[in-house]
Design a protein. Structure first.
Length: 230
């Protein structure tokens, strides 16, 4: 029995497959930013008169237009910081200090909203990588423990249609028959050899993910025991 199955996680492949969903999350965040940018709270922050750094243009229009203008506005303030507020100079009186405080309060609030699309994309990538780490580790631990849920027979053909779960985590899928008329989809690592039809296969209960039960497996060897009948 291999003790390295599910040990190597294909991070580069998982990252490549995560780029599309991350871009989708960014676009959703971008449109949401546009919706929020024209809400009274953020409009008030943007339009409050700060003499030391007046607003160069208003944020308005559709969600996409408002989001684009909001990004431009934040970028403008980051690139046009008043000299007395830049840290290189020091405000010399209470008026300047109050103006700098108002300026940085505006930049912080609007900047936090502008960061929303990046935050959503980052959260999605973190979720995918955390999911891959946990699922691969759990499968490796189960198989290394050698206590299978059942011993099944690989069907003809062995390869089963993939799903989003297998695509996202770079897994292969096969079909096994655990009892007459009862078949299961079993996941294998991307670099594992596909077993030949008729082979005896140890099936491990991988738990539930995305609302469905998942099963991992490995070719049966005498070192594997069955802890639950099929």
């Amino acid at each position: 029995m291999s003790t390295r199955i599910f040990k190597q996680i294909p991070w580069k492949n998982i990252l490549r497959r995560s780029i599309g969903p991350a871009i989708a999350a960014y676009l959703i965040g971008f449109m949401l930013m546009g919706v929020l940018a024209v809400k009274p709270y953020f409009l008030k922050k943007a339009e409050t008169h700060v003499p030391i750094s007046p607003i160069p243009f208003a944020v308005s229009g559709s969600a996409f237009e408002a989001a684009s203008l909001h990004h431009r506005l934040v970028w403008y303030y980051l690139n046009h910081t008043p000299e007395v507020c830049s840290g290189e100079s020091v405000a010399v009186n209470d008026f300047q200090r109050a103006q700098c405080s108002a300026f940085w309060d505006r930049v912080t609030t609007l900047g936090a909203l502008a960061f929303l699309p990046f935050a959503l994309a980052g959260v999605l990538l973190f979720f995918v990588f955390d999911l891959a780490s946990m699922r691969y580790k759990k499968a490796h631990t189960l198989i290394r423990g050698g206590k299978a849920q059942s011993i099944a027979v690989v069907t003809e053909p062995a390869i089963a249609p993939g799903d989003f779960y297998s695509w996202l985590l770079c897994l292969q899928t096969i079909t096994v028959e655990v009892s007459p008329g009862k078949q299961l989809r079993v996941y294998l690592p991307w670099d594992e050899s596909i077993p030949t039809p008729g082979s005896r296969f140890a099936v491990f209960n991988w738990g539930e993910t995305f609302g469905a039960k998942r099963y991992a497996g490995i070719l049966y060897t005498p070192h594997i025991s069955v802890v639950q009948g099929s």
